[in-house]
Design a binder for this molecule. Structure first.
Ligand code: OSB
Ligand code: MG
Length: 394
């Protein structure tokens, strides 16, 4: 198998309900979809779940991802095939751009597209390719409301749809009151909070008050790049700290495990595994395995992904190593006004069951890209000198 060409299409996805976090409110997302075509006629696609800017963390904004793909990653794929031979598995794909530091979101899009191709070739679901053993599991939702009233309304909707695990966004001043209001209404719900790095050395002690509410975890309270400080406050909190922004690799996960052990707090470390934040599913699977070995619980996070991205993540949730429910569904039933899958994955009673469908299990709607998308990159990868074939088509 040879990768013949890689195209990148941009698509605007309009949220049905705005999503607010400590770093701002999102209404529309412009997303790259990486389209890999092989010499033998297969075609796979991977979403890069970018945001509009780098407020969440570096290199997750659309311009940065397009630059990484166009200038470095796709030329590397082409060069590797010219110099070394066909890229016919994930290991050789990763080897082709291993020299590029970071660019985890951009890398994950190519990897997802190749996984789609490999699953089609094998004629099996992704969960099987990934060694999944669990067909049915509980799933959760993430709530990003601007006011307590908005949060309560979204929670009511989600609970009405059957979800038993809610995550809610917090920030200084919007923390204890919103958690208290939710707990009063839903004393038994699995509840967790996500601060998206909104607290610092002076503001974090308020989080001690959250210990009274029986939360599953507090996600990424401190700086996006600070493992050490997180491990230090873990010692002073009863509620586990969950890392999101800080983890990009198995190496980061190992470092966190070491730091939390040093604090005698390993029972209070949880890791949110977001495949795009760790450069793809291969690394995500390795992190899940390493954490399970260390007794550290993991779950699959989301990026307000399209139904295509969510379908990949649901397949990953089939791994026996994933301990907690993930952010797989919207509290209102659907994230976007129009999506890229005709019949998106559906949850029932707060759970999800993986089927036997090939690859993600849901067909990608190519006509959505043709009607609403625009191709911004196309790169020939199977011949000639790399770098000469970058042709922006529109
Ligand atoms: O921190 O988990 C996060 C969305 C965008 C950026 C960061 C995060 C999120 C979410 C949404 O919480 C989870 C979902 O996809 O429903
Ligand atoms: Mg998070």
């Amino acid at each position: 198998m040879t990768i013949r060409s890689v195209a990148v299409h941009l698509l605007d996805l309009e949220l049905r309900v705005p999503f607010t976090t400590s770093f701002g409110t999102t209404t529309t997302l412009t997303r790259p979809f990486v389209d890999v075509q092989t010499a033998d006629g297969l075609r796979g696609v991977g979403e890069v779940p970018t945001l509009g800017d780098p407020a969440y963390k570096p290199e997750v904004d659309t311009p940065s991802v397009l630059t990484s793909l166009k200038k470095f990653l796709l030329p590397s794929v082409a060069r590797y095939q010219t110099a070394t031979g066909p890229i016919d598995d994930i290991a050789s794909l990763r080897a082709s751009y291993a020299w590029v530091k970071g660019a985890v979101f951009a890398k994950s899009g190519i990897e997802a597209a190749l996984w789609d191709v490999l699953a089609q070739r094998a004629g099996c679901p992704l969960w099987q390719l990934w060694g999944g053993t669990r067909r049915t599991f509980p799933v959760g939702v993430s709530i990003g409301g601007r006011t307590i009233e908005e949060v309560l309304a979204l929670a009511e909707h989600a609970v009405g749809l059957g979800y038993g695990r809610l995550k809610v966004k917090i920030w200084p001043g919007f923390d204890v009151p919103v958690v208290a209001a939710l707990r009063e209404r839903y004393p038994d719900l699995l509840l967790q909070v996500d601060a998206n790095s909104a607290y610092d050395l002076t503001s974090w002690p308020v989080l001690r008050e959250l210990d009274a509410f029986n939360l599953l975890l507090i996600e990424q309270p401190l700086f996006d790049d600070d493992l050490v400080m997180h491990s230090q406050i873990a010692r002073d909190l009863r509620t586990p700290i969950c890392l999101d922004e800080s983890i990009h690799s198995v190496r980061d996960a190992r470092a966190a495990i070491q730091l939390w052990s040093d604090q005698n707090a390993l029972d209070r470390l949880v890791i949110n595994i977001k495949p795009p934040r760790v450069s793809g599913f291969d690394e995500a699977i390795a992190i899940a395995a390493r954490c399970q070995e260390a007794g550290v619980r993991t779950w699959i996070g989301g990026m307000l992904d399209s139904a295509w991205g969510k379908a990949f993540n649901l397949n990953l949730n089939g791994l026996g190593a994933i301990a907690l429910p993930g952010d797989h569904f919207s509290p209102t039933g659907a994230y976007f006004v129009e999506d890229v899958v005709a019949s998106p994955p559906k949850s029932t009673g707060g759970g999800y069951t993986l089927g036997d469908g090939v690859s993600t299990g849901v067909p990608f709607d190519w006509s959505a890209l043709e009607r609403r998308g625009r191709q911004v990159i196309v790169h020939r990868c199977d011949a000639g000198i790399a770098g000469a074939s970058v042709v922006p088509s529109r």
